[in-house]
Design a protein around this ligand. Sequence first.
Ligand SMILES: [Zn+2]
Ligand SMILES: [Zn+2]
Ligand SMILES: [Zn+2]
Length: 464
Amino acid sequence: MEQSDGTIEAAETGQAISSIQEDALAMKLVGAMLAAKIADIKPQYDFTTELGFIYPVVEQTIQVKGKEVISILESLGDKGLLKRSFFDKLLRCPRCQSINLRPSIRCPKCASRNIVRGRVLEHLACKYVGVEDEFRAGGRYICPRCKMELRTMGADYQSRGVLRKCRDCGEVFNVPLTNWVCLKCSSVSDDDKVDEVSIYSYSLDETKRNWLEFELQPKARFFEFLRQHGYKVTENARVKGRSGAEHCIDMVATRDDGLVSHSIAIGIEIAREKVELDRVLDFDVKAYDGGFHNKVLIVIPELGEEARKFAQLQRIEILEPKELGKVLALGVPRAAGKSEKEPFEFKSKSQLVQYLERQGYKVKKNAKVEGRSGAEHNIDILATRDEGIITHRIAIDVEVGKRPVGLDRVFKFDDKAYDAGILDKVVIGVPGLTREARQFARHQGTKVFETGQLESSEQKSSES
Ligand SMILES: [Zn+2]
Ligand SMILES: [Zn+2]
Ligand SMILES: [Zn+2]
């Protein structure tokens, strides 16, 4: 399983996640909503403010005001984390943005504001049309044009209903022309020129609750956990698989401890209820093609039964919230953090052991390991490091002879390690390896160190 096939680079597509984390205020707001301290964010009218409305809850929770509140809410809305619901529409002066507008209605024919509203009557004899008030004269109706009395509705006059009439040009109409006078800058705008602003109330998208809860809390801690273990973590890593396909893996953690380079493929699967087999299968295929043998899948809230069986079979380490919490509470052994700085070098076997111990490994010389076949194997040096999520086991074979180490020795070691289920393999060859042995080792993902001489007291003869 050659790891070096996988090339990893950071995804350029900025995910919602990272930008939320950058925006500490938005994060704080969502955090407060999640903690159910805020169920809904509703606007309140406040015509003393520039916008004309405020979101008191947001102002109190994250101490921001005005447009900044809107931009935080909108960005959360755009990312689909908050659901917008229409609340109201406000009109604004297109010139100065003030919301203090007064409607002004006018005659659609001459634009005069001198218009009246009332029941409109028509005198059938002279065709005069006017509002009721114009006809009224001491308890009777007199036509203002021909001065005849109107007596019977339907016979000598009729009602056209409640309408408007322009006192300047006499036009009778139903719908007046409306425009808006700004009380701040006094400009007059036509109805269709005035700015309309919709205001919304916001609520948490419940389908994203599990995802958000993970994003805002454990994810950052998990990141830190890996970093403290000396890993470099790439989020949304693009990995070129052996098949040629490119995969995106949620997190790839890599650490080179000098002896062996460790890579962990970490998947994050979040469902509303259970994460099912198809998701685990998908992750496993990607991790396999990407050449990872360390696989960790964070599952929220839990794994389905079938999926669990499959994960076990494929040696995928599953972290459900409970285990994740335990891992995060573990902390980090002192030795692990500083591991990256020390250059890897050794002059003797005991120096190598000391080096590994400083890296946080438990080291066993001449370790007896039982293989899957039932056979017992002897491993020169077995280094184990338990990191909470993954236990790294490195089998180290030290071959010392007069001539370069041959293919048969490396083959035998590889076979042992395979049977013992140890995937990190190192061969130290003194004075070196033959070309075939080196090629075979590389192909099997075994790291090779060739050195001229180990300190003589440490030597062990592999030649009979
Ligand atoms: Zn008349
Ligand atoms: Zn008019
Ligand atoms: Zn204005």
